[in-house]
Design a protein around this ligand. Structure first.
Ligand code: GDP
Length: 659
C-alpha cells in the first residue's frame, strides 16, 4: 500500500474545506456531504471554525484511492493563521493548491506557491468554483502562468463556465493533447522528443502519463485541473490524479527513527497529544523516544488515521501520520529520533509583525489567563508570549485582527476568561551591524559568577535567525554549562540594544571556564566553590549584551506586499493615498471598471488603510497584503521598552541576579 500525505492549500474562501469534503464524500468516507455554509464539515471541527466558516487549525482526514492511502491535511487559508500552515508543510509529500475561478491568483496563493517551491513539493493546481457567476477559467489559467509558474499543463477545459451547467472536460489521449504533452515534457527531457521523432507510436499515452508523474515529482511541471467543490465537477478527475500523479511513499521501516511533530492538542483531561509524521523507522507503543536536548518520554498510546476515522495501533511506521500520547514535554516542531535530513526547520513564512498587551477584564483572572495563554502558546508557539516582569503584563505576537478576535473568543469560550487588548503595535527587529566581542573571566574583576564566558557576535546571513557556534572544545566543559550558555544567548537576543528581537545573528562562544565540582569533607556539594549552570545563565547576558553593543545594531520594520483592487476612476486619488501611507506602488493594471495595483507598504500602515478603504473606494476596494521583508528604519530607530533589567546596566543587573 502506498501512502501519500497531502496538503490542501489556498487563499481563504477559494474552497479548500469544501473541496476536502467533496473528496471525502467521493472516497466514501463521508456518506453525507458536509457544508461550510451549514457548519457541518469534518475538518473544521472547532466551534469557532464553524461559526466563522474559516479553518483555524489544521486537521487530518484519511481515505483510500485504489490502494493508496491518502492522509489529507486541511490547512488554514487566512493569512493570520499562516504559522499553522508552516508547520504542516514540513510533513507533506505533495499538495493541491486551490485557486478560485472567479478571484484568480490572490496574495496568499502566491505566498503558498513560493513556500511550496522552496520546499520542492510536488503539486497539482485545482481551479475551483467554475460554476460561480463571474468564473473565467481561461483568464485564471493565464493568471496562474503569469503569476505562479509558466510550467503548467492544463489537464482539460471548462464548458459553459459561470453557471450550474459548467462542466470540466478532461483531455484524453487524442492527438492534440498528446502532442502538447510531448512538447511540455520534452522541455525537461530531451529523450522524449527523440523517441517521438523516431517513432511516435513508441510513446503510448500511458507512458507519457508516467513521465508526467515523474516530472511532477521533480517539480518541473504543474498540472492544472478545473472543477467545482459544490457541484462536484472535476472532483473525480482530481481524485484519480492525486493517486496517479503524486508520488506516494514507501519509507524505510527498519531505518533510524525520524519523525516530526506538527501539531499539539490537549485532551479534555489535560493530557497532551502530539501529531507526528514518521519519515523513517517505527514508533512502538510503550517504547521510549527522544526528542532532543535531553528530553524524551515513553509513548503510552498511538492512534492512526484510517478511512475518515481513527484507530488505535501498536506502531506508527514510515510515511504514516498519527497521534501519540504520553509525551508530556514534547513541543511543536520537535524531531523525534534523528532528523536525517527529513522535515524542515527553516521558516517558510514570515513571523508575526504585530503585538499587543492582553489584559483580563477582571484582575482576579490573571492566574487563569496566564495558564490559558501557556496552553495556547503550546499549540501556537509563534504567539510568542512576552512576560513584562517590570510592568506585570503579558504581550502576545499576532499576524492580524482576525487572529486577535479568535484568541479572545477562545479564551472566553474554552477558559472562561474575558480579555481586552491594548493598542496593537508593529514589531521591529534588530540586526547586528559589525562584529563585537566581550569576555568575563572567573574570579577576575567584579565578575561574581563562577564562570568564564567569552562571546563574539557578528551578522549572519539573511533569514538565518540566531545561530550559536562553539569556538572551544566540546569536551572542555560539562555539557549542561554549554547548554546554559546557548539557552541564555537565545533568551537574551529576544531584546537587543533597542528592545527588539535580534535576528540574523551569529554568536560564537570563544572562551569558557568553570570550577569543577568540590565537596565538603562530609561529602555534600560545595556551591561556593563549584560552578553551576546558573552561573553561566546569569553571566552570559552580561557578556552578550556587551559584545552586541560593540557590534551595534540597526532596527528594521516589516514591509508587506499589497494588492489593491479599486474602481478605475479612483485610481489617481488612491495613488495619492497610498503614497501618504508610505507605499511604493508598481505599474498598475488598468482595467475597464476595476484596476489593480501591487507594491510594498509598511506593515504599520495597513490597518489604517484597511479601515479607510470602504469610504475611499465607495465600498469597492479590496486590499490584500502579506509580509514581504524587513526594511531598515531611516532616522531615529523606534525603541521598545525592555521587560527585564538591561544587562548593560551592570550594577542593577548584578544586584537583581545575585548568585
Ligand atoms: P476555504 O476558506 O478555502 O476553506 O473555502 P470554503 O470551502 O470555506 O468555501 C468558501 C465559500 O465558497 C463557501 O461559501 C462555499 O460554499 C463556497 N464555495 C466553495 N467551493 C465552491 C464552488 O466550487 N462553487 C461555488 N459556487 N461556491 C463554492
Amino acid at each position: 500500500m502506498a501512502l501519500l500525505n497531502l496538503g490542501i492549500l489556498a487563499h481563504v474562501d477559494a474552497g479548500k474545506t469544501s473541496l476536502t469534503e467533496r473528496l471525502l464524500h467521493l472516497a466514501g468516507v463521508r456518506t453525507e456531504l458536509g457544508s461550510v455554509d451549514a457548519g457541518s464539515t469534518l475538518t473544521d471541527s472547532m466551534e469557532l471554525e464553524r461559526q466563522r466558516g474559516i479553518t483555524i487549525r489544521s486537521a487530518v482526514a484519511s481515505f483510500m484511492i485504489g490502494d493508496t492511502q491518502v492522509n489529507l491535511l486541511d490547512t488554514p487559508g487566512h493569512p493570520d493563521f499562516i504559522a499553522e500552515v508552516e508547520r504542516v508543510l514540513g510533513v507533506l509529500d505533495g499538495a493541491v493548491l486551490v485557486v478560485s475561478a472567479v478571484e484568480g491568483v490572490q496574495a496568499q496563493t502566491r505566498i503558498l506557491m513560493r513556500a511550496l517551491r522552496r520546499l520542492d513539493l510536488p503539486l497539482l493546481l485545482f481551479v475551483n468554483k467554475i460554476d460561480r457567476t463571474g468564473a473565467n477559467p481561461e483568464r485564471v489559467l493565464r493568471d496562474v502562468m503569469d503569476r505562479l509558474t509558466p510550467d503548467v499543463v492544463p489537464m482539460g477545459y471548462v464548458s459553459q463556465p459561470g453557471g450550474p451547467q459548467a462542466r470540466f472536460q478532461p483531455y484524453g489521449p487524442d492527438d492534440e493533447f498528446r502532442t502538447r504533452l510531448v512538447d511540455v515534457l520534452a522541455t525537461h527531457d530531451e529523450g522524449i522528443i527523440a523517441a517521438y521523432v523516431a517513432d511516435d507510436s513508441a510513446l503510448p499515452y500511458a507512458l507519457l502519463r508516467k513521465e508526467l508523474g515523474k516530472q511532477i515529482a521533480r517539480c518541473q511541471v504543474f498540472p492544472v485541473f478545473f472543477g467545482s467543490a459544490i457541484t462536484g465537477q472535476g472532483a473525480d478527475v482530481l481524485m484519480s490524479a492525486i493517486a496517479e500523479l503524486l508520488p506516494g511513499l514507501d519509507g524505510d521501516a527498519d531505518g533510524d527513527l525520524s519523525a516530526t511533530v506538527f501539531k499539539i492538542d490537549r485532551e479534555a483531561s489535560g493530557e497532551k497529544v502530539a501529531y507526528v509524521r514518521v519519515f523513517s523507522g517505527t514508533v512502538h507503543v510503550r517504547s521510549r523516544v527522544d526528542f532532543g536536548r535531553g528530553r524524551g518520554g515513553k509513548v503510552t498510546g498511538i492512534v492512526l488515521f484510517t478511512n475518515g476515522a481513527t484507530e488505535r495501533s501498536a506502531t506508527l511506521g514510515p510515511g504514516q501520520i498519527g497521534k501519540l500520547w504520553g509525551l508530556a514535554d514534547i513541543r511543536i516542531g520537535d524531531t523525534i529520533g534523528t532528523r536525517n535530513g527529513h522535515g524542515t526547520d527553516q521558516r517558510q513564512f514570515a513571523p508575526p509583525t504585530l503585538e499587543t498587551v492582553i489584559v483580563p477584564r477582571v484582575s482576579a483572572a490573571k492566574g487563569t489567563l496566564n495558564a490559558a495563554l501557556r496552553l495556547l502558546a503550546e499549540q501556537d508557539p509563534l504567539i510568542n508570549l512576552r512576560q513584562d516582569d517590570i510592568r506585570q503584563e503579558t504581550y502576545v505576537s499576532l499576524y492580524g485582527e482576525v487572529q486577535k478576535e479568535v484568541i479572545q473568543a477562545t479564551l472566553a469560550g474554552d477558559f472562561g476568561v474575558d480579555v481586552d487588548f491594548r493598542e496593537t503595535t508593529t514589531i521591529c527587529v534588530e540586526r547586528p551591524v559589525g562584529t563585537g566581542e566581550a569576555v568575563e573571566v572567573l574570579r577576575v574583576g567584579d565578575n561574581p559568577y563562577l564562570a568564564t564566558v567569552g562571546l563574539r557576535v557578528e551578522r549572519g546571513p539573511l533569514g538565518s535567525g540566531v545561530t550559536f557556534r562553539l569556538g572551544v572544545e566540546l569536551g572542555s566543559m560539562p555539557l549542561a554549562f554549554f547548554r546554559a550558555v546557548e539557552e541564555a544567548v537565545q533568551g537574551t537576543l529576544r531584546q537587543g540594544l533597542h528592545g527588539w528581537e535580534v535576528i540574523d545573528c551569529a554568536v560564537t562562544l570563544h572562551r569558557s571556564g568553570y570550577l569543577a565540582r568540590q565537596s565538603h569533607s562530609h561529602g555534600s556539594f560545595d556551591k561556593s566553590m563549584s560552578s553551576t549552570a546558573t552561573d553561566f545563565r546569569y553571566l552570559t547576558p552580561l557578556v552578550l549584551m556587551a559584545a552586541l553593543r560593540q557590534a551595534g545594531t540597526t532596527v528594521h520594520e516589516p514591509l508587506h506586499w499589497f494588492r489593491l483592487e479599486m474602481p478605475t476612476d479612483l485610481y489617481t486619488s488612491m495613488l495619492q493615498v497610498l503614497t501618504k501611507y508610505g507605499a511604493v506602488p508598481q505599474v498598475p493594471t488598468i482595467g475597464g471598471e476595476l484596476s489593480t495595483v501591487e507594491g510594498e507598504i509598511p506593515a504599520a500602515s495597513i490597518h489604517a488603510l484597511q479601515q479607510q478603504l470602504p469610504s475611499l473606494t465607495r465600498g469597492e476596494g479590496v486590499l490584500e497584503s502579506a509580509f514581504e521583508r524587513w526594511e531598515q528604519v531611516v532616522g531615529t530607530p523606534p525603541e521598545r521598552p525592555r521587560t527585564d533589567i538591561n544587562p548593560l546596566e551592570r550594577a542593577r543587573y548584578l544586584l537583581a541576579m545575585r548568585r
